[in-house]
Design a binder for this molecule. Structure first.
Ligand code: NOJ
Length: 540
């Protein structure tokens, strides 16, 4: 918990993401809710994190499970009430936790009153609040833009006899940010939550706000992006130069920042761009836009020491004072244990990944259940909920496998609900339930608590510079340096085989025993790491 807040406290913080549908259900309807989060805030506080990012709990028809909002200023009855929200934030603050809401500004639900009005005619007061366009002369959409979730991003509307833009589902029409009234409406909604005491905002798809006013088609991608877009999705075949990441967005983010500064609140942006690192840098540079940004660059299917090093180094090379958040798991990606750890990954791998993530320069963002070493769940097609997965099944199974509910107890449905869970609770998770791990000092949960507590005492890790060293795969070797502190070396073995390597920089180093990691060093700098082992030391 943050006691004394420095102006840049958020740089030293750890974010923990709660996906409310799957966190904790208190009313037996099979879907998690706000009182469920409140009941588990002690657990989150004990983990030692600072900020709780809660995925959307606003009114929504739930076609994209809350990322399709029909009223920004109310809680969906599925999750509770505004009074439940107030109780939750009060408890969080009493525990020293900060609450970050998730604002999905780029699009609304088709059921939002704004869209209902906009689609009525071409001349109503909100006619221009969404992105409407006439058909091409042959009746086709106005250009070649594609939806992230598959197919054209244009949907024909019979009443207006026009197409509307949707970068995601057909039921998620895109707002027209070129209209200043739209921007103001969002600022007003955000103020509503700031007045209720929220400490921060995660900005969904924050580079999707604006589109090219001339509606120019995108050219083909020179190199197809299969790292952050599944290779079964043609979305990765375009260079997305006209449908998103438009220059006008910078001024809008500055307006958001001004508002947040009135309340001392912070913003983290989700960036999915052709060059996400550059956009993360641009949006966080200068202290007048987002505080931090994350991308899908560490949510990739493959992991290697080189890949991690390259992302962090390339971001560092692009910024002066901008700031990254590094996320290795969230509600959009296959769970990291499986994605990087393969079939039947060893729980030790979860410890290694956590230690590695928390040693990178940037604010780490943890995903619920990763601290429990939960693996990806196998959700059969009949039980699938995610429309993205249903479209691309079976080559791409969507996002349900990382969204199955948290197993709290070794009990029916993992103690998540007394009803029928909206997605099955994974038996493998029940064997690793939180209460089981609480009793085991060697568990991934116990390790996470210890490591996070130790990290808090290490300015080198929370605010120091980072330098990487060459090491053979699968070893990642780095140094963190903070002014007035001894340099810290950290070496991680991402592989399932033990390894020994000469690391001249480690000669004469003194092992740091506090994080309880199993690696060791010889006087000449030879580092020995067991499978998924790591070693930390002070450099002489
Ligand atoms: C990004 C969110 O993380 C994802 O879950 C959602 O489907 C899209 N944005 C659309 O809002």
């Amino acid at each position: 918990m943050t006691q004394q807040l420095s102006p840049n406290w958020w740089r030293e913080a750890i974010i923990y993401q709660v996906y409310p549908r799957s966190f904790n259900d208190t009313n037996g309807d099979g879907v998690g809710d706000l009182p469920g989060i409140t009941a588990k805030l002690d657990y989150i506080a004990q983990l030692g994190v600072d900020i709780v990012w809660i995925s959307p709990f606003f009114k929504s028809p739930m076609k994209d499970f809350g990322y399709d909002i029909s009223d920004y200023c109310d809680v969906d009855p599925l999750f509770g009430t505004l009074a439940d929200f107030d109780a939750m934030i009060a408890k969080a603050h009493s525990l020293g936790l900060k609450i970050m809401i998730d604002q999905v500004m780029s699009h609304t639900s088709e059921q939002h009153a704004w869209f209902a009005e906009s689609r009525k005619s071409r001349d109503n007061p909100k006619a221009d609040w969404y992105v409407w366009a006439d058909a091409a002369p042959d009746g086709n959409p106005p250009n070649n833009w594609m939806s992230v979730f598959g197919g054209s991003s244009w949907q024909w509307d019979t009443r207006r006899r026009q197409y509307y833009l949707h970068n995601f589902l057909v039921s998620q029409p895109d707002l027209n940010f070129h209209n200043p009234e739209v921007q103001q409406a969002h600022l007003d909604c955000l103020r509503f939550w700031l007045e209720r005491g929220v400490d921060g905002v995660r900005m969904d798809a924050c580079n999707f706000h604006f589109h090219d006013r001339q509606l120019r088609s995108n050219p083909p991608a020179l190199v197809r992006d299969t790292a952050t877009v599944s290779d079964v999705n043609p979305y990765g075949m375009q260079a997305h130069i006209h449908d998103k990441t438009q220059p006008e967005n910078v001024a809008f983010l500055q307006r958001i920042r001004k508002l947040l500064d009135e309340y001392g609140a912070v913003a983290i942006g989700e960036v999915g761009a052709d060059d996400s690192l550059a956009v993360m840098a641009e949006y966080t540079e200068g202290g007048d836009k987002l505080h931090m940004a994350y991308s899908f660059n560490l949510l990739t299917p493959q992991c290697s020491a080189r890949h991690i090093r390259t992302q962090v180094e390339q971001f560092g090379a692009r910024v002066k004072d901008g700031w990254a958040s590094w996320s290795v798991g969230n509600h959009d990606a296959v769970r990291v244990m499986t994605r990087w750890g393969g079939d039947q990954p060893d729980p030790e791998f979860a410890k290694l990944v956590l230690a590695m993530q928390l040693s990178l320069k940037g604010t780490p963002c943890l995903y619920q259940g990763d601290e429990l070493a939960f693996t990806e769940s196998d959700v059969p097609f009949e039980l699938l909920q995610d429309p993205y997965g249903i479209t691309f099944w079976p080559e791409f199974k969507g996002r349900d496998g990382c969204r199955t509910p948290i197993a709290w107890e070794a009990a029916t449905n993992g103690g998540f609900t007394e009803g029928k869970p909206w997605l099955p609770v994974d038996e493998k998770h029940i064997a690793r339930a939180a209460s089981v791990q609480e009793r085991d000092p060697q568990s991934p949960l116990a390790f996470a608590r210890r490591f996070i507590a130790w990290r808090r005492t290490m300015p080198q890790l929370t605010r120091g510079d980072i330098t990487f060293f060459d090491a053979p795969e699968p070893v990642l070797a780095l140094r963190r340096d903070a002014e007035g502190e001894r340099s810290v070396l950290a070496v991680f073995n991402l592989g399932r085989d033990a390894t020994t390597l000469p690391l001249p920089q480690a000669a004469g180093a003194q092992t740091i025993t506090d994080p309880g990691l199993p690696g060791s060093v010889a006087a000449d700098g030879t580092v020995t790491l067991p499978p998924y082992g790591a070693w930390f030391g002070y450099v002489k």
